[in-house]
Design a binder for this molecule. Sequence first.
Ligand SMILES: Cc1ncc(COP(=O)(O)O)c(C=O)c1O
Length: 384
Amino acid sequence: MHFPSSINSKLPNTSTTIFTVMSALAREHNAINLSQGFPDYNPHPLVIEELTKAAKGNSNQYALMAGFMPLREQIAEKISLLYSAEVNPETEITVTAGGTQAIFTAILSVIREDDEVILFAPAYDSYAPAVELAGGKAIFYDREAPDYKIDWQHVKRLVNQRTRMIVINTPHNPTGTVMNAFDMQQLEKLTKDRDIVIVSDEVYEHIVYDGVQHQSILRYPKLAERAFVVFSFGKTYHCTGWKVGYCIAPQNLMSEFRKVHQFNVFSVNSVAQVAFAEVLKRKDLYEELNTFYQKKRDFFRSAIQSSRFKLLKCEGTYFQLAAYSRISEERDIEFVKRLTRDFKVAAIPISVFYRHQVDSSIIRFCFAKEEETLKRAAEMLVKI
Ligand SMILES: Cc1ncc(COP(=O)(O)O)c(C=O)c1O
């Protein structure tokens, strides 16, 4: 269809996401897909069983707008248990079509024309377009390899009267870093006495390594009272395709969130919600996730140890960053294409997570894969 010339794109700088591009390229070249963040194994049999049970039962019509109540109650219980925070399932929890929708809805429900939103690059690629569609302006703080540390004094310099929101993500995609208590205290200081809302993207809450505790914003009451906190069942239960997650926020923010949610989603997949209400009772399924992924991280790292890639630290998430400057001087986008084409392993270039052009020479591998898949990929990677 011809795009009428009188209509200007609302997102002129946005094209098809790199995840779609690299997954398509991986299929085209029959390459092992370590690019997009999804597992190549199925959810636990119990998760499938509960879904089947729900579909066969009486759960196939619209769920409540804010989510199936028994699920919201289970979520509230989990939040209390893990983060010692009491949230009201009636007014402070909304089930969403995955984390991405929760982020989009939170941003849209608060941001107005010319509001500024501070984002930390490299950033998950949905944040900036959501800000811009809402009429806001994305202000980037660039984190730098190899540690990607946040200098809070520097962040403070980006804050002004127009700053309405800060989006954080911990554990962090793509860097694999996790925020610590000091970061949270700094964020608390920075937002104190200011009308700044926080979106805290915590979709990898259960994937933190080496005994480190996930610093959910919900552990910090002064931050939680101004925050939308976003979670994803897809990441926790190996079912990214089901697209179910949830958002937690204090009542005043949540009621604005629901005004948007009810008109762009209305309600979320009822069958999956009924299933998750049961699945959440099995605490072992999420408690064991750290160990499960730490084993994969260690396996993958040691399998490519002898390669010419330089591995960066991985404290959380199921992503491993690797610097390739000993291998090539190509730009990362060119390098991952060649890697897919010639070595049959697909990865994600890090530069796409920045708004400005960066010369990173770093790529991201997803290790949420069967050991056999990781082994095959590693055999190729050590040959480069
Ligand atoms: C940082 C981050 N936030 C949000 C999401 C989206 O989660 P969901 O699949 O539940 O929409 C992802 C998925 O890759 C992610 O990496």
